[in-house]
Design a protein. Structure first.
Length: 369
């Protein structure tokens, strides 16, 4: 899909509530906001041409667990070295447009003296930062979770932009279970996602909006489809209420899948259910959809992505923003040894190339709505 030009009257924002901008003082009108040319161009660059986004933003704690499982020593240096070797994979930019980083990596300076965002820029990759601070129990709704990190976010977004970030990420998690998710969980997380997205856009960052419906549980495909549709509909209602510009954001949803302990579904059924769900709930103005892998495994996530695109045209590019499904084999190959860096990079290159081919599977077809 080619991106529609954004009309001039949607030209961008400074903070809509500032007195210097009298046309938009006060509470913005309900409805989609304005995206500046730079935000639209960045969002488009992240998802176009079949390229996707490498999610390499695991917290030090999560990455330490993955390192421990492979006997790799986890220090700030080894974690940064690992991200450095992933990103410097030769020709990665042919299939990857940008990399989501944890703050620890984003702020790191490499032994060469280059700051990490500048190092990515040299490689033709956009830098993104995970800005949420993780999940906390949603009061009154145990065991449900709400993602936190809004305090000071508008100022931080501007600061990250100044340091070389182009985009950001915020992940909400929704569990399926008996009586779950609650409406309160969906509304709390959608509201936080919308506040995050607005703060990013005002600060000059493209927000990646990630509501993840978890695969844990014994639910079937239909249940996941119904929950995911309600999640996405609630998220887009909140984005609209807060005036987030859909043309300057990326949606990072989970695919519609049966729970890990649920009845298996075919690749064709997963793709069809995912497409129907998104078509019902994701506005066509959204710049792109970059899927998370959610623990499906590399082959399965790639096959599902290809089938989603192969089944016919969609109003937005649908690409990948995988973490584990891009990294797992590369990490297991590296195992902390400098002797295996080239081998690990070859493994990542092959997986990223396969993912980009899956993202391109539906290209060249007209959009039929
Ligand atoms: P996975 O692809 O491993 O689900 O990770 C994507 C991500 O960014 C999680 O926040």
């Amino acid at each position: 899909m080619t991106l529609q030009a954004v009309p001039e009257d949607r030209a961008l924002p400074s903070d809509p509530s500032t007195p210097e901008n009298p046309a938009v003082t006060g509470v913005p009108a309900r409805g989609s906001g304005r995206a500046g040319d730079a935000l639209v161009a960045t969002a488009s660059r992240l998802v176009s041409g079949g390229r996707g986004v490498l999610a390499a933003d695991e917290s030090p704690k999560t990455l330490t667990e993955r390192f421990d499982a492979l006997g790799i020593v986890s220090t700030a240096e080894t974690r940064t070295r690992y991200r450095e070797l992933l990103c410097s994979t030769p020709d990665l930019a042919e299939s990857v447009s940008g990399v989501i980083l944890h703050r620890e990596t984003f702020l790191a300076v490499l032994p060469s003296g280059r700051a990490f965002p500048a190092f990515l820029e040299d490689l033709g990759l956009l830098a993104g930062v995970k800005v949420d601070t993780g999940t906390a129990p949603l009061p009154g709704h145990t065991p449900e979770l709400v993602t936190e990190g809004l305090d000071g976010l508008a100022a931080e977004a501007a600061e990250l932009r100044a340091r070389g970030a182009s985009f950001a990420k915020w992940r909400a998690v929704i569990a399926i279970g008996e009586g779950l998710p609650s409406r309160a969980c969906l509304v709390a997380n959608a509201t936080a996602l919308a506040r995050y997205a607005l703060a990013c856009q005002v600060g000059g960052l493209v927000p990646i909006v990630e509501p993840e419906v978890l695969m844990d549980g014994g639910h079937d495909l239909e249940r996941c489809a119904a929950v995911t549709e309600e999640v996405l509909t609630t998220v887009f209602a909140a984005l609209r209420d807060l005036g987030v510009a859909l043309e300057g954001m990326i949606l990072k949803p989970s695919m519609v899948l049966p729970g890990k302990a649920g009845p298996a579904a075919s690749v064709a059924a997963v793709a069809a259910a995912t497409r129907t769900c998104y078509l019902r709930s994701v506005p066509a103005a959204v710049t792109g959809v970059a899927l998370l892998s959610g623990g499906q495994g590399e082959e399965r996530a790639t096959t599902h992505l290809a089938e989603i695109n192969r089944q016919g045209p969609l109003p937005w590019p649908v690409t990948f923003s995988f973490g584990r499904a891009l990294q797992d084999s590369a990490l297991a190959t590296w195992r902390g040894s400098e002797d295996r860096v080239a081998e690990a990079q070859a493994v990542l290159h092959a997986r990223a190339t396969a993912c980009a081919a899956a993202a391109r599977a539906g290209m060249g077809q007209p959009v039929a709505l």
